[in-house]
Ligand binder design. Structure first.
Ligand SMILES: C[S@@+](CC[C@H](N)C(=O)[O-])C[C@H]1O[C@@H](n2cnc3c(N)ncnc32)[C@H](O)[C@@H]1O
Length: 266
């Protein structure tokens, strides 16, 4: 995917609130096309937290359709999902009826004090108000518990991905490459208060998907969801042509760097 969901200094309209809620209408598309997360990511979370996910109480915030939640559950965690959006929550409940979900925001977690061994945010922390979500995370974590935040980002050293990112950037007026170069600044934006002692790791992985999944993935991103329909369709048609030049058999190899930040509560 050439555009992730990070805050973009270069994008003014549409509003962040509109984009934060744009996922709900496209929840099924999101569930079907978005990339997952590799086992190495969860190994790294455990290493940095100094404990296993198995048997741990995990609160997965901004759970969406449950892509990360289901993987945490599969690792043996006792997961509670928190999701503000009605559409995403409905899709989650359809796919994962055995995992508890409560409607709520990271800015005011519907969870008791010192409840969690882990709080996780997969591609969701940037939608919170950190002046509220940082204290909330520290309230809900037990001492020694870990906050883990991560995002799949495009591996821009892969030629076709850098070219696709440039095309998307031109189309939406977004400088995707500059954002990637500013990974260190992103850490500051994650916790402007400096209360969290964050450790940054990057985990590379890839997946091979049909071209339709690639196009559906592009179409599930918030910057895209809020664009006018005819612009979206035109862009996807151009993208299909470009992708078939690189992957004539129609199977696209997407490469991601998961940017992972972990902080433990003293
Ligand atoms: C990019 S999706 C990530 C979904 C899921 N974690 C995953 O890995 O696929 C971002 C999610 O954050 C949710 N969200 C938006 N504002 C939020 C907030 N203030 N607190 C928690 N989640 C929020 C959205 O509803 C959406 O489900």
């Amino acid at each position: 995917m050439t555009v992730d969901d990070h805050d973009r200094a270069t994008t003014t309209p549409p509003s962040r609130s509109l984009r934060a809620h744009s996922f709900n209408a496209a929840a099924a598309q999101y569930a079907a096309h978005r990339p997952s997360y590799p086992p190495a990511l969860f190994d790294t979370v455990e290493e940095l937290a100094g404990r296993s996910l198995s048997g741990a109480r995990v609160v997965d915030v901004g759970a969406g359709t449950g892509i990360a939640t289901s993987l945490l559950h599969a690792r043996g965690a006792d997961v509670l999902a928190v999701e503000p959006g009605a559409g995403m929550a409905a899709e989650f409940r359809r796919g994962l009826p055995h995992i508890p979900l409560v409607r709520g925001s990271g800015n005011a977690l519907p969870v008791a004090d010192a409840h969690a061994d882990f709080i996780t945010y997969a591609q969701a922390w940037h939608w919170t108000d950190t002046a509220r979500s940082v204290p909330e995370a520290l309230r809900v974590l037990r001492p020694g518990g870990a906050l883990a935040l991560w995002w799949n980002t495009d591996a821009l050293d892969v030629d076709w991905i850098a070219e696709a990112a440039d095309r998307t950037g031109r189309f939406f007026g977004v400088d995707v490459a500059a954002e990637k170069r500013k990974a260190a600044e992103r850490v500051d934006r994650v916790d402007p208060s400096g209360r969290l002692d964050l450790t940054l790791r990057t985990v590379r992985w890839s997946r091979r998907v049909p071209i339709e999944t690639r196009l559906g993935n592009i179409g599930s991103h918030s910057v895209f969801l809020v664009a006018p329909e005819e612009r979206r369709a035109a862009f996807l048609e151009q993208e299909r042509v470009h992708l078939l030049e690189v992957f004539p058999d129609g199977i696209v190899e997407e490469t991601y760097d998961v940017l992972l930040l972990v902080a433990t509560k003293p």
